[in-house]
Write a protein that binds this ligand. Structure first.
Ligand code: ADP
Ligand code: MG
Length: 326
């Protein structure tokens, strides 16, 4: 399995497959892919890079990595309300390790198949391990949910639960000890995030603004506030905390739990805003998809983010979101 292989043999074995969709006019194997978008559709395009030592540790499970490399990109499309269609994969590998590639592509393809995403191209090179995925999604014209549409009075929602991935990272670094019952679940949230694609589609025409929570809720919500030119009040006690986080909010690990909840990255939930008259539609959507959508605060006409407890007292100091260059 590990005999040296040429770049082109690797491409043929691991990436090239018969074209699946009629709108892929030219797939893998030419100088560029040619796609025919659905007439009238707009394209949402996003790229995300995973770097060894930065986004994942050397020795990380390649199958989980293949899943995550695509999942973080599908999460971006979900946040725009776009339907994922195509992906490109650029990879640098230290050596042509076919067993590694095979497992990586198993994880990648399993998620791609679930969302009917076709791999249409990429690049393969040697170098420090680095995986870069580009995704292309489709939207009806004008239907994209951007970060700029929040208005004073809108409710703020978060999907699923928050804090699990950051708590798994804290445990991996030895900063907290996890119960056996929590370990696998938290680790799965970190390694195999589930992009909220169905929710994103359902939020078209309902949400006024949205983004995916990749760097931590307060920092990510601040992006919506800046783009929309408004402020917000977030009631932290309403946040849908992972049970392992909730259990730590009143104990010795409270500071860590709050940091995971408010500023922990890698959860890939959606944070979105919507006018109060959409509450019933959002509840129905949440029920139909079996994805919790929790109301956690409200947009205001100010320009700051206040994080308060149940009595309205501000939380100080506010945990900070992740920033690669901070
Ligand atoms: P070029 O040199 O013209 O850029 P390449 O030799 O890099 O073309 O790639 C040949 C074909 O294989 C192209 O269609 C390219 O999109 C595809 N390809 C290369 N690497 C990957 C990859 N990691 N995943 C998917 N397709 C790939
Ligand atoms: Mg090339």
């Amino acid at each position: 399995m590990n005999a040296p292989a040429s770049e082109f043999a690797l491409i043929d074995r691991h990436f090239r497959r018969p074209v699946q969709h009629a709108d892929v006019r030219v797939g893998i194997g030419d100088d560029a892919a040619v796609i025919a978008p659905t007439p009238g559709a707009e394209l949402a395009v996003s790229v995300d890079m995973l770097v060894e030592g930065r986004h994942f540790m050397a020795g990380a499970d390649p199958k989980a990595l293949g899943h995550k490399a695509l999942a973080v990109n599908l999460s971006d499309l979900a946040a725009m309300g776009a339907r994922p269609r195509f992906a490109l994969l650029a990879g640098a590998l230290p050596e042509p390790d076919e067993a590694w590639l095979d497992a990586f592509m198993q994880g990648f393809r399993a998620l791609a198949q679930r969302h009917d995403v076709e791999l249409i191209g990429g690049d393969t090179t040697s170098g420090p391990r680095n995986l870069c995925v580009t995704v292309i999604g489709e939207l009806p014209a004008g239907a994209a949910i951007t970060r700029a549409g929040a208005r004073a009075g809108d409710d703020i929602y978060v999907s699923g639960t928050l804090g699990a991935a950051a708590l798994a990272v804290a445990a991996a670094r030895g900063n907290v000890a996890l119960a056996d019952a929590d370990r696998d679940r938290l680790r799965a949230r970190l390694d195999r995030p589930e992009p909220r694609v169905g929710l994103g589609l359902g939020l078209r025409g309902v949400a006024s603004a949205a983004l995916d929570v990749s760097d931590g809720l307060t920092g990510d919500l601040a992006h919506i506030l800046e783009a929309s030119g408004c402020g917000a009040t977030l009631e932290w006690a309403r946040l849908p905390a992972d049970p392992a986080i909730a259990a730590r909010l009143d104990g010795p690990d409270r500071a860590l739990a709050l940091r995971c909840l408010l500023a922990g990255g890698d959860d890939y939930e959606l944070c979105f805003t919507a006018p109060a008259h959409s509450r019933a539609s959002i509840a129905a959507l949440s029920h139909a998809l079996d994805v919790a959508c929790t109301r956690v605060g409200v947009i205001d006409a100010g320009d700051a983010l206040a994080v308060v407890d149940r009595d309205g007292a501000p939380l100080q100091p506010l945990p900070r979101a992740f920033d690669h260059f901070a």
